[in-house]
Design a protein around this ligand. Structure first.
Ligand code: SF4
Length: 269
């Protein structure tokens, strides 16, 4: 029985004579083989007292920091201003006369690696001119549950319509409330600006707007808004009477109310 058993090849070695397997033979010994020299550290060896104190030296960093002022920010009790170039929530900017800079090109949405931006463009018409040129951003949404604040959308925007503010308090108690609409993202109207839609400054093109050659509203634009929206709070006559221009969109107002309710119940900070 023992003679009938075939000898097993050594682990990893092919069976002698097995089909399709190359039989390798050990290379003949050709004399001395170069061996790497033993490892030698380039760090100088310590000796005496220095060697004794080496383990303690690491604590030097700890002791040195124990007497420095603490840098822990006591958020939310104290709100420390961010660095100027901090990537906070987005803002859709306006030109000096109040027209929107966004042209609805969707480049920001395509650039977004998290697929957090949704844009639908629309056509400007003589009765509803929201931005200089042919197109404007009819629908604009940013999903702050997805946004990673990388800023690639800002780089992609051809009109500098989209920038990022330093605002970072974006948490909210509801999922729908984290999808910000165009009205939530539009820059608040400054004094002297007219809410869109209204015609462009007479005799200008969209290129003039891009080049910063429009510096404010004209009498013709004010007259057009007065005729079409006499109650518009951004009209100078209404502003003089104390008409309030809303600076928050509906989503943000609703979110603020829900958060305030949660605060009262102790459900949020
Ligand atoms: S924000 Fe800029 S990139 Fe995005 S759709 Fe508007 S114009 Fe295009």
């Amino acid at each position: 029985m023992a003679e009938q058993r075939k000898k097993k090849p050594a682990s990893g070695a092919p069976a002698p004579g097995a089909p399709g397997r190359e039989v390798r033979r050990a290379a003949p010994n050709r004399g001395e083989v170069d061996r790497p020299a033993a490892y030698e550290s380039l760090i100088e060896k310590r000796s005496g007292l220095s060697e004794l104190l080496a383990p303690v030296a690491g604590f030097g960093v700890t002791f040195a920091n124990m007497f420095k002022p603490t840098v822990t920010e006591q958020y939310p009790r104290e709100q420390v201003p961010t660095k100027p170039r901090y990537h906070g929530r987005h803002q859709l900017n306006r030109y000096a006369d109040g027209l929107e800079k966004c042209i609805g090109c969707e480049l920001c949405a395509w650039a977004c690696p998290a697929d957090a931006i949704y844009v639908e463009g629309g056509d400007n018409t003589p009765d509803a001119q929201f931005s200089p040129g042919e197109r404007y951003g009819r629908v604009y949404q940013i999903n702050y549950l997805r946004c990673i604040f990388c800023g690639l959308c800002i780089e992609a925007c051809p009109t500098r319509a989209l920038t990022m503010t330093n605002e970072y308090e974006l948490a909210g108690p509801t999922r729908p409330g984290m999808i910000w609409e165009k009205q939530d993202l539009l820059a608040p109207l400054r004094s002297g600006q007219l809410a869109a839609p209204h015609p462009m400054v007479e005799g200008t093109s969209d290129t003039d707007y891009y080049r910063g050659q429009v510096t404010g509203v004209t009498d013709d634009q004010v007259a057009w808004v007065a005729e079409h929206r006499p109650d518009d709070p951004t009209l100078p006559e209404n502003a003089a009477k104390g008409a309030k221009v809303p600076d928050l969109g509906e989503t943000r107002l609703a979110q603020r109310a829900i958060t305030a309710g949660a605060h009262r119940q102790g459900g949020a900070r």
